[in-house]
Every structure is written in C-alpha cells, then in structure tokens.
Ligand binder design. Structure first.
Ligand SMILES: *[C@@H]1O[C@H](CO)[C@@H](O)[C@H](O)[C@H]1NC(C)=O
Ligand SMILES: *[C@@H]1O[C@H](CO)[C@@H](O)[C@H](O)[C@H]1NC(C)=O
Ligand SMILES: *[C@@H]1O[C@H](CO)[C@@H](O)[C@H](O)[C@H]1NC(C)=O
Ligand SMILES: [Mg+2]
Length: 253
C-alpha cells in the first residue's frame, strides 16, 4: 500500500513537471495492462515492438494507451534513450576520427532529434490512427522540443569533428518549419537536411537507404546512424553502426 502511494506520488510529480502538457492521470505502474488479443502485458508488447518482432502495427492497443503514456512521460523513455546515447558516444569517441572531414552521422528527426510528445499527449499515445492534417499543422508551428539525450549526442559528435546529416520522412514543404525548429532548440548547424521530395510515395526504408546510398557515392563515410524506427537503420548502406531509440507510439515501414 505504501509503495502504491509512493508510486502515485512519483507519477503525479513527473506529470506536474512535464511542461503543463494536457494529460490525464496515468496509472502508476509500469507492467500492467493486458493486450486485448494475446493477453500479454504491455511491457511484453513494447519489448516485441522495440526488437522489431512485431511489425506493421497501426495503433497502440487501447489497453496499453495509459501504459505507453506513462512510459513516455514518467521517466523510463528518457532513461532508455540515455543508455542508447551513452553507447553511441562511447563508440564515436573510440572511432578517433578527427581529421577525416568526410565522416558523417545520420540523424532521423521525429522522435530522434525532435520530440512530438506535446502533440501525442494532446491526441493520445498512438491509439488514434495517424492524422496527417493535424500532425502537419503541429510541424508547421516549429514547437517540438529537442530530445535532450539526442542533443547531447549531437553536441558530442560535433566536438569530435563528425558532421551531422538530418534525414527525415518529413516532406520538402516543411523544410523551413523544420529548419527553424531545429535551430530554435539547439541544433544550430548541419551538413545537410534531407527531406522527402514532393510526391515520393516510397516506404521509409526504401527512401532512406536510397538517400544514404547517394551520400556514400558523394564520398561521405556514414560512421553512425540513429533513429527511433527500424526503417531508419535497416537497408544498405546502413552506416558502420546503428542505434535504435525507443518509440512505442507508432510504427513506420
Ligand atoms: C587517435 O589518433 C591519434 C592521432 O592520430 C593517435 O595519436 C592516438 O594514438 C589514437 N588513439 C587511439 C585510441 O587509436
Ligand atoms: C484530422 O484532423 C483535422 C484537424 O484537426 C480534423 O479536422 C479531422 O477531422 C481529422 N481527421 C480524422 C479522420 O480524424
Ligand atoms: C565502415 O563501412 C565501410 C563501408 O561498408 C567500410 O569500408 C569501412 O571499413 C567501415 N569502417 C569501419 C571503421 O568499420
Ligand atoms: Mg523518427
């Protein structure tokens, strides 16, 4: 009982500090909530998502919405991201690559560089189907905060002389809003910002690997590649090492 009260207090204090986002009270546990079909816990569902065993899913199971909201806002998401970034920094330091000006690191944007958490907190954590109209309106505001762990990696890579290339599924017509958003939250410089051309309907994995191939042909060496989706880091040339950030909110193929 005392533990439950303590956990409840922790969750409320986390919510109170989460930028005044409009979220309802989330369940103060991390492992509960049954999947409607398999009956497995939401933690097991999330594990299957992050390991890419579960593919092509369209929405978060409704019984896991609170679980996912809790995960995203309650501190675990940040902790999981911190481990990924700390490994990426170790790897980048060990490259000892200063002096090679062709070394680049690819960053995806949404849920890798910038966080759309304020949007999802308002619209639900992935239980509603994706709504391009409302999401594009959000992108147009350039209000997405930086993901703090990713910003740390970005700064470290720059200090190691590794150039940054942003490769995003956002379309070319959001270039200005995206660029302004990146600068506003601390991503002040980059080698290239690659967005999807108008009318490009290919899957993320096809589009992104084709763009990486062009970079390699231009003489860049992709020493690292980081994204929140498997489609960011699968498909040759992937880069010498890839890093997968957590994202239980949506799946892109
Ligand atoms: C890193 O490179 C510098 C300069 O080339 C060299 O002196 C140093 O031994 C290298 N360190 C490692 C760990 O390879
Ligand atoms: C998508 O969002 C727009 C703008 O908020 C809204 O008008 C529209 O009804 C939504 N579409 C669906 C299918 O929910
Ligand atoms: C990085 O990948 C390229 C292309 O696959 C390869 O030629 C190179 O040796 C790799 N570099 C390191 C440090 O693993
Ligand atoms: Mg992404």
């Amino acid at each position: 009982m005392k533990l439950a009260i303590l956990l409840l207090f922790l969750v409320i204090s986390q919510l109170a500090t989460s930028n005044g986002m409009d979220v309802h009270l989330l369940r103060p546990f991390s492992g509960v909530g049954d999947h409607p079909i398999t009956g497995v816990s939401c933690t097991s569902w999330r594990f299957a998502v992050e390991t890419n065993n579960l593919r092509g899913w369209l929405t978060v199971p409704s019984t896991c919405e609170k679980y996912v909201g809790n995960y995203m806002i309650g501190g675990y998401y940040r902790q999981d991201s911190a481990i990924v970034v700390s490994e990426a920094i170790k790897y980048a330091k060990a490259l000892n690559s200063s002096g090679d000006s062709n070394n680049i690191w690819i960053f995806d944007i949404d849920e890798t560089t910038l966080s759309n958490l304020p949007y999802y907190a308002q619209h639900g954590f992935g239980v509603e189907p994706y709504n391009a109209t409302s999401f594009n309106a959000w992108v147009g505001k350039s209000m997405a905060p930086a993901l703090p762990e990713s910003l740390k990696l970005y700064e470290k890579l720059l200090s190691l002389g590794i150039k940054i290339i942003f490769l995003t599924g956002r379309s070319e017509d959001s270039r200005e809003a995206t660029s302004w958003n990146l600068k506003r939250v601390g991503y002040h410089t980059w080698e290239k910002l690659i967005l999807r051309g108008a009318g490009d309907k290919s899957s993320a994995v096809v589009y992104k690997s084709a763009e990486r191939e062009k970079l390699v042909k231009k003489g860049y060496k992709i020493v690292g590649n980081i994204g929140d989706q498997w489609s960011d880091i699968l498909g040759s040339p992937e880069g010498n090492r890839t890093f997968k950030l957590p994202d239980p909110m949506y799946y892109l193929s």
